[in-house]
Design a protein around this ligand. Sequence first.
Ligand code: NAP
Length: 484
Amino acid sequence: MTQFNDLMQEANLVGGSWIRADSGDTIDVTNPATGAVLGSVPKCGTEETNRAIAAATKAFESWSRTDLSVRVRLLHDLHDALLDNQEPLAQLLTAEQGKPVFEARGEIAIGAAYIRWFAEEVRRAKGEIVPAPTGDRRLLVTRHPVGVVGAITPWNFPSSMLARKLGPALAAGCTVVAKPATATPYSGLAWGKLAQDVGFPDGVLNIITGSSSEIGGAIFDSPDVRKVTFTGSTEVGKTLIRKSAITVKKISMELGGNAPFIVFNDADLEAAIEGAMIAKFRNMGQTCVCTNRFYVQADIHDAFVEGLKKATAALVIGDGSQDGVEQGPLIDEGAVGKVEEMIADAVSKGGRIVQGGQRHESGGTFFNPTIVTGATAEMQFASDEIFGPIAAVFKFDTEEEVIAAANTTEFGLAAYAFTHDLSRVFRLNEGLQYGLIGINSGLITTVEAPFGGLKQSGMGKEGGSQGLDDYLESKYLCIAGLST
Ligand code: NAP
């Protein structure tokens, strides 16, 4: 049986070859649960990235013309390979990222599902025949792969964030230069091994680890890279949007969030607490769609907090590789520091810690899931993304007031609400400035639906039928002078 070490690539994939950094430099990768070094990956930079771009550019000539049926079959084979290796891939993901292994299994499964979805969706990527103003003309809109794609991904979903980019890019006929996050490179590199194993041609997928500024610099400077798809923080995203102007690239940006979670007094409280646990504590609070702010209607506030407290206290904390563990460590010391800073800020402004509030006894980067009540708009987490296990609870009275409060951030990724009032659901859909809205559920991501933020949470969609559009260019073809 395949072990996770069999899938750990300690080299980068460029033009079908596994390479080291020219300098020989490497970067250690650590297990956040134990602090142990798992291994090391190349610290590549500008030169190696330029070679990867050259390989992708060359491969694009043939891959973009490869029969659709062949591309679709390879994607289905990649989907199957992912599921055949689901367990070792999940173990690898947990080892480098820290999330509980049951969540890692889910991440591999949804990554595979994205690949299958886009293998199916590309078969419906139709063009158009447009009615012409005169009889001697025929007007067509045809669709073409955009070209070489740069794909930059974060550490919190190191496998599925790449799946949402590789699926549509490869399906459309694009080739890819991918840069996984430095903290979690192995899950990204494993895509290279599996793609090679199932027979993707050399150069179609290239994966580079190392200096983000050098790799990003080479990707953005190159006129051959026609599109960049980025998932990460709003701060880095803004820098990259500016860089995209150098060669006028198409860009997709999946950036940070600050999700409100609104519980109205007509909600099913048990379901709301269940939804709250998923929306807050999945991946230890380190997801872009994690709840940042709970808004609870005044008359059910205490009952909600009581239920949330009970559920939070019961969470099993430990090394995510052990079955049964529900909360692993945070990614690094910086993440713990940010959580501590936000708690101190809230307490200094009158917030009350009713659960957790400090590091877990296991040490390292383990942190007790925390609930702060009495949250106000002046506290740091009202405007900043927490990205950690703090549930901040605000009290509200009216629907109007809570919609206004929910919208008072620069972010617009996900929002959740629990209510049984159908008219209100439509008012929420129209009033909440968010790209994803979950009603009576804390987990709404699915391959069939478009995922993407409004405002400073980004641009473009991943998943759904829209997820393919960014990887295809439209061309208008006018044929004139036809005899009728
Ligand atoms: P990050 O610091 O922005 O990094 C994301 C990726 O960008 C990493 O691969 C990073 O490389 C790279 N990078 C950093 N600076 C760069 C530069 N100058 N040029 C090119 N690449 C550069 O984000 P993160 O901490 O990994 O991830 C957490 C953030 O991602 C959160 O804000 C979260 O909300 C967001 N996120 C959004 C979505 C979504 O779909 N909207 C999904 C998941 C996560 P290094 O690792 O080498 O620094």
